[in-house]
Design a protein around this ligand. Sequence first.
Ligand code: CAA
Length: 385
Amino acid sequence: MIKTGIDKISFYVPGTYLALDTLAEQHGIDPAKFAAGIGQSKIAVCNHDEDVVTMAAEAAAAILDIEDRAAIATVLFATETGIDQSTAASVYVHKKLDLPSRCRAVELKHACYSGTAALQLACGHVTRKPDRKVLVIASDVSRYDLDSPAEATQGAGAVAFLVSANPRLLEIEPVSGCYSEDIMDFWRPNYRKTPLVDGKYSTMKYLGALSAAWEDYADQGGRAFNELAQFCYHIPFTRMAIKAHKQLSHQNQAQNDPNLYEPGLRYNREVGNCYAASLYLSLVSMLETAEADLTGRPVGLFSYGSGAVAEFFAAVPQADYRAGLLTERHRGLLDDRRALSYDEYLGLWHAPDPQDGSATTMRQGARGRFRLAGIEDHKRQYEAV
Ligand code: CAA
C-alpha cells in the first residue's frame, strides 16, 4: 500500500497569554493547583482581531510553497469554534492563502476529535490520488465561563499540516482503534458562546474511551505498547495526559515512564487547550523537543472528542524528519508573547459580538499577517497585512 501521512506541519498561537499564577492570585487559589493539579502554566488568549480563521491562515501560510499550493486538492478545516452556522471557515482560509479554485474546502466538527477525522480522510484521499495533497487545519479557541473550574483550561491555537503520499515527516499507519458513545460530558448548544461541561464526568469518560480505543487498536492488529517510542494524547490540560498514560501503562502491565510522554506536553503546558488542535500541538512538541532521534520509531497518538469519539493510532517519523520541522519559528512564537494583566484578559474575553449587522471595527492586536478587521452587515472582513 502507498505510504501516506504528514509532509509538513506548523502551528500558530496568539501573541498574548494569561499566566495561571495571575488567575490563581485573582481567585485566591493556591497557584500549585494550576501548576501541578491541572498541569498548566499559561493559557493563550486571542485578541479581538484574531479568530479560528486568522490563526489557521497563519499556521498554514508557514508551510506552503508554490508547488504545494498547486497540488492542494482539498482543504479540511477542523474546529469546535465555527464562526458561522452554515458556511465553512475553510473557504475564508482558502481565499486568504490564494489556493486554486479547483479545490474542495469544507469544515468538520466533532469537539476536539475532528482534526483526527480530517487526517484520516486526507490519508484516504491521497491514497486514491497520490499526486495531490490535502491541507488539514485544526484551529480552536477554548473559552469557558469566567470563574468556573474550567476557566484555567482555556487556550487558543491552530495547527496546519499537509497530507501527501511519501511524506517527509510522518507516515500515518493504516491501523487505528476507534470508540464512539453518545454522552453529555461537554457540549455547546447553538445559542451558547461557552460550552456546558460536566468536568469530572468528562475526565472519567476520556479515560474510559482511551481504554476502549486501545482495545480496538490491539484487536485490529496494532502495535504492542512497548513498540511505541513516544505517546501523544489529546491535552485539555497536561495533567489529563499524565493520567491517561498512567492508565494505559497499567492496562498493558508496563512501567509508567514519564519520559514516554513528557516531550509531548511541553508546548501545550504553555498554550492551554486548543480543542481540535491540541493533539497535533502535542505532536509538534514531541517531534521538536524529544532529545532522542525518533526516525523509524513509531509513536502512539490518542484523540478524544467529547460527546464522544476517540481514536488510537500510530505514526512513524521518517528519515531526516528533523530537517523538515519549523522548530526555531515555533519556539520564537511561544517565547515572544506578552503576559496579560487580569483586567486585560477580561477585556479580551468579552470580545465584541455584534448581532444586528451594525459595523464594528476590531482593535489592532494580532501579531501575524492576517487579522479580522471588523464585522459589517453580518459579514466578517478579513485583511492580510
Ligand atoms: N496543589 C496541587 N494540586 C492541587 C491543589 C494544590 N494546592 N489543589 C487541588 N489540586 C489538584 C486536585 O487534587 C485535583 O487532582 P486530581 O485530579 O489528581 O484529583 C486537581 O488539582 C484538580 O482539582 P479539582 O479536583 O478540584 O478539580 P477542578 O474543580 O479544578 O476541576 C476539571 C478540574 C474538572 C478538569 C475542570 O478544569 C474542567 O471542567 N475542565 C474542562 C473539562 C475538561 O477539560 N475535561 C477533560 C476531559 S474532556 C476533553 O478532553 C475534551 C475537551 O478538550 C474539553
